[in-house]
Design a protein around this ligand. Sequence first.
Ligand SMILES: [Zn+2]
Length: 52
Amino acid sequence: MDRIFWVRCPHCAGRFFCDYELRHAGLKLECPFCQRQFLPDESPELDERWFR
Ligand SMILES: [Zn+2]
């Protein structure tokens, strides 16, 4: 089972999920909708859950 978390892009408000390993990695996520990058903590919405 892999853990994921959902984020909302602060640029275009698109919602997508990422591998949980990236949650605290200090790496920027790339939005699949607008291709802009942001840190998980910059997301206006974070939803962490288990996912299989
Ligand atoms: Zn975006």
